[in-house]
Design a protein around this ligand. Structure first.
Ligand code: PLP
Length: 403
């Protein structure tokens, strides 16, 4: 008789954003006259830039010719894109990463989840609290999280990121084997300094742990002192994996392209993780479409860089509008400077779902309740800067009026 992976049965309820979508749908059905402004899910609104569209069109035309047609591509990604990533995202910052240490994929979400395939189920996993839920749920699915009780998984190590510690994870007291870090952070919008990252690298090397570093939002860093990559830290090439994405950098949330960097020098029990991941990808993944990889390559052209930077600046300006507006309304806010997320403290000690409901009912503004990202997110809401300028301004005005 077939058996299921019963780890799935241990997962609590719905995925956070499905729950929010259901609440918004119910509200819209009850109040069809109210225009809802969505500042909840982290999806972009600006269109793909012209440089990307032009190369995408060209690649589509190529595919219609016998000489330009591309069938299955390399599972790891085309050399032209991997080399551009190595040169622009790493070499330009003084980091030597070889093209064959880069694996192009259809998303950082899939990579963050799938990477668990190459690690033992016995590893102890540390996650930030609050956290991007994918790290937690994917480890729960593969049996590394234990049981879900009182809002926490029994086997995960939660690194509280709260006001008192500047929303930065502290080195755990117990020994851990896999450490998920995300900077600029989703959901808090906080960044880590070079020294803070260096202390993680030191710890990981001492413990023989692996850092899983998610830098999906690195393009939002404007402060020249904040590292964009964990590999800017000495020693990280021995103990870290990095996830990056074109989703927020270049508006590829619906186009799908990302990459994972695994230096060949990262080994666990004498085995190179690069080789394991390569084996995993060759077996379970057949590559990102040629047309999409050509579009991603266009992000690195002079025009592409200029145009995507303009889009990022647009969102950062939205972030500033949200920060200032909410502060004027009397809220305490964090993040939103080198990041597209604003982490706002709920007023009068309200619960985060309670404040979420109030903003939805009274202002027609959708946010994300902090508690959805973990127990330490209670008492906060997350707003995203990815809406249009008009919607952002209107949402801020409505919240100000409400408060
Ligand atoms: N990592 C973090 C921290 C994210 O917030 C997101 C998306 O919201 C992702 C990864 C997913 O990126 P992708 O669109 O490449 O799957």
């Amino acid at each position: 008789m077939a058996k299921i992976n019963d780890n799935f049965l241990k997962l609590p309820g719905n995925y956070l954003f499905s729950t929010i979508a259901q609440k918004v749908a119910a509200h819209t059905a009850a109040h069809p006259e109210q225009k809802i402004i969505k500042m909840g899910i982290g999806d972009v609104t600006r269109p793909l830039v012209p440089a990307v569209i032009e190369q995408m069109h060209r690649a589509v035309d190529e595919m219609g010719t016998p000489e330009g047609f591309h069938g299955y591509g390399p599972e790891q990604g085309y050399e032209f894109l991997r080399q551009l990533i190595a040169d622009n995202d790493y070499k330009a910052r003084g980091v030597e990463i070889d093209a064959d240490e880069i694996f192009v994929s259809d998303g950082a979400k899939s990579d963050c989840g799938n990477i668990t395939d190459i690690f033992s189920v016995d590893n102890v996993v540390a996650v930030c609290d609050p956290v991007y839920p994918v790290y937690v749920d994917s480890n729960a699915m593969s049996g590394r999280a234990g049981e879900f009780a009182d809002g926490k998984w029994t086997k995960l190590v939660y690194m509280e990121c709260v006001e008192e510690n500047g929303f930065l994870p502290q080195i755990p007291k117990q020994k851990v084997d896999m450490i998920y870090l995300c900077f600029p952070n989703n959901p808090t919008g906080m960044t880590a300094t070079r020294e803070q990252l260096a202390s993680w690298v030191r710890y990981a090397k001492e413990q023989g742990a692996v850092i899983l570093f998610d830098s999906a939002y690195e393009a939002f860093i404007t402060d020249p002192d904040i590292p964009h990559s964990i590999f800017e830290i000495e020693g990280a090439k021995d103990c870290a994996i990095e996830f990056r994405s074109f989703s927020k950098t270049a508006g590829f949330t619906g186009t799908r392209c990302a990459y994972t960097v695994i230096p060949k020098s990262v080994t666990v029990e004498g085995t190179a993780l690069n080789a394991l991941w390569n084996r995993r990808q060759c077996t379970k993944f057949n590559g990102v479409p040629y047309v999409i990889q050509r579009a991603a390559a266009a992000v690195y052209s002079e025009e592409g860089k200029k145009q995507t930077r303009e889009t990022i600046s647009y969102y950062l300006e939205n972030a500033k509008i949200i920060r200032q507006g909410l502060q004027e309304a009397g809220l305490t806010v964090y993040g939103g400077v080198n990041a597209p997320y604003i982490w706002a403290k709920t007023p009068d000690g309200k619960g985060s779902w309670e404040f979420f409901e109030e903003l939805l009912q009274r202002a027609g503004v959708v946010t994300t309740p902090g508690a959805g990202f973990g127990p330490s997110g209670e008492g906060y809401i997350r707003l995203t800067a990815f809406s249009t300028r008009e919607a952002t301004q209107e949402a801020v005005e409505r919240v100000k009026q409400m408060l």
